[in-house]
Write a protein that binds this ligand. Structure first.
Ligand code: COA
Length: 260
C-alpha cells in the first residue's frame, strides 16, 4: 500500500505509522485522516502486528492540529460533519482498535494532534514535546474528542484551564498530569516505545483486545463497564490463548500464545 501523507513500516511485531507532512508540522488534512484510517485498519487486521506506534515525522511536531486551511471557510453543517467524520474514521476508531496503540509524541501535539495522541491507548513523549488544545484561540472548540478525553485523562479542572487558556504544557507537566506515561530524550523515544511494545507482545493479544474493550466501556455512555468486563472475562475462557497461558503456567514454562 502506498501513501502520500503517511509512512507505515512493519518490524518485529510492531507497525509504526508516521504522519509525514513535516513542512506543515504534520497537520491533519482530510487525506491524511483517510490514509491513517486505512493504515490502522490494515495493521489491526494483520495477525503479525501486535502493537501499533503512531508518531510524526521530523523533530518538531507530532501533529500541530487539524489542517486549518481546509476548514477556515466552513459553515455550521460542514463544521459538524468535519468533527463527526474525523471521529468515525480516526479518533473513536483508534480508541476502539483491538491492537494496542501507543502515541510517540515527538514534538508539538496541538488541537487534533493532542486529540489523536489522547485517542491512542497511551502516550510516551519526547522531552521537547508541547501539548495543548488551542482551538478557542481560533474561535472554535476541540472537535475530535478533546473536550471528553482530556478531562478523562487529567481531570476536569486541569482540562478546563488548558482548553480555556489555549496554552501549551511541556512534557514534564504532561507527565505530572498523567497525560503521558513516560518522557524520553527525542532520539530514544521510538526505541522506548518499541521496548514497551515487546513487553506487551509477550502477552495474549486476544486477552489484550478484550481488556481494551472492557476499559473503554467505562468511558462509553449507557454501557455498564462491569457487565462488559464479565462478558469479556468469560469469552477469554473459550480462547486458545487462555488454554496456552494457563497450561504454560502449570507446566512452569513460558507461554507461546497463538493469538486466537
Ligand atoms: N494547520 C495548517 N497548517 C499548519 C498548522 C495547522 N494546524 N500548523 C502549522 N501549520 C503550517 C504553517 O502554516 C506553516 O506553513 P507555511 O510554511 O506554508 O506557512 C508550517 O506549518 C510551519 O508552521 P509555523 O507556524 O511557521 O511554525 P512555528 O514554529 O512558527 O510555530 C506552531 C509552530 C505549532 C506554534 C504553529 O504552527 C501553530 O500555532 N500552529 C497551529 C496550532 C493550532 O492552532 N492547532 C489547532 C488547530 S484546530
Amino acid at each position: 500500500m502506498s501513501y502520500q501523507n503517511i509512512l507505515s513500516e512493519f518490524d518485529n511485531g510492531v507497525t509504526t505509522i508516521t504522519i509525514n507532512r513535516p513542512k506543515k508540522l504534520n497537520a491533519l488534512n482530510r487525506d491524511t485522516i483517510q490514509e491513517l484510517h486505512t493504515a490502522l485498519t490494515i495493521a489491526d487486521e494483520e495477525h503479525e502486528t501486535k502493537v501499533i506506534i503512531v508518531t510524526g515525522s521530523g523533530e518538531k511536531a507530532f501533529v500541530a492540529g487539524a489542517d486549518i486551511s481546509e476548514f477556515s471557510d466552513f459553515d455550521v453543517s460542514q463544521g459538524s460533519r468535519l468533527a463527526a467524520k474525523g471521529q468515525e474514521l480516526l479518533f473513536d476508531y483508534i480508541q476502539n482498535l483491538g491492537t494496542p496503540t501507543i502515541a510517540a509524541v515527538n514534538g508539538f501535539a496541538l488541537g487534533g494532534g493532542l486529540e489523536l495522541a489522547m485517542a491512542c491507548h497511551f502516550r510516551v513523549a519526547s522531552n521537547n514535546a508541547k501539548m495543548g488544545l488551542p482551538e478557542v484561540s481560533l474561535g472554535v472548540i476541540p472537535g475530535y474528542g478533546g473536550t471528553q478525553r482530556l478531562p478523562q485523562l487529567v481531570g476536569k479542572g486541569r482540562a478546563m484551564e488548558m482548553i480555556m487558556t489555549a496554552g501549551m504544557i511541556d512534557a514534564n507537566q504532561a507527565l505530572q498530569y498523567g497525560l503521558v506515561n513516560h518522557v524520553k530524550a527525542q532520539e530514544e523515544l521510538l526505541d522506548a516505545c518499541k521496548e514497551i511494545a515487546q513487553k506487551i507482545m509477550r502477552n495474549s493479544s486476544v486477552a489484550i483486545a478484550k481488556a481494551i474493550e472492557a476499559v473503554n466501556a467505562n468511558y462509553t455512555d449507557g454501557v455498564n463497564g462491569f457487565e462488559v468486563e464479565v462478558e469479556a472475562f468469560g469469552a477469554c475462557f473459550g480462547t486458545e490463548d487462555f488454554k496456552e497461558g494457563t497450561t504454560a503456567f502449570l507446566e512452569k514454562r513460558k507461554a507461546d500464545f497463538p493469538g486466537k
